[in-house]
Design a protein around this ligand. Sequence first.
Ligand code: UDP
Length: 244
Amino acid sequence: MDTAKSTKRPKYSRILLKLSGEALGGETGVGISPRAVQDMALQIHEVRGLGVQVVVVVGGGNIFRGLPGSERGIERATGDYMGMLATVINALALQDALEKIGVATRVQSAISMAQVAEPFIRRRAVRHLEKGKVVIFGGGTGNPYFSTDTAAALRANEIGAEVILKATKVDGIYDSDPKKNSKAKRYARIKYIDALRRQLKVMDSTAFSLCMDNQMPIIVFDLFRPHNLKRVVLGETVGTLVTG
Ligand code: UDP
């Protein structure tokens, strides 16, 4: 029998939250906004309170991206490593905000930097999660020519997350750009194949196919709305769910 309490049970026990660098940059999307980082930490704290195991993959676009860098004359691979280093800066900012509100964390980096982060070790990451720590993955995949969305898809599969929650500034996936078209329609749910057919940009193609091939569900939602992460985790219809 369903009780009021049981309906409040989280739908997921292990989630991977993908935070873009832009989200950590707050209003402007550039640099680090302490306020935005704090808000995100509070939302993570809230779902930890429900007993959900949380992995975070952070982006770096608020600091540096390799591709635009290469258009300005920086060698692509060098620029990509700069972008990966940027994600570690963001990981440390988020770690700081989480620890300040009493959430135990570990940062694991795909690029070795022993003084500031553990190396990425899958089994150790899983152990941290089981002990209730939030694990923040910095350094992307550790390889140039990839993205942190691909890192999210890869790590979600590796550590057995049930879903990727992709935090954006928009509240889901639309059939056209809601900023340009007032009649744009938001999908509550869409299949991978339909998202591909309609050329809806959910993630870059490498990340998206990793999710599709491994049946990893993705929820695109707006993390700037208070309590939205908790609502997603409780199974409320927030944003857009992409599945098979
Ligand atoms: N990057 C990379 N390999 C990875 C992840 C990231 O080379 O596995 C580099 C790439 O240059 C990218 C930058 O790091 O542009 C920042 O990551 P991303 O653009 O994915 O961040 P976000 O858009 O989520 O802020």
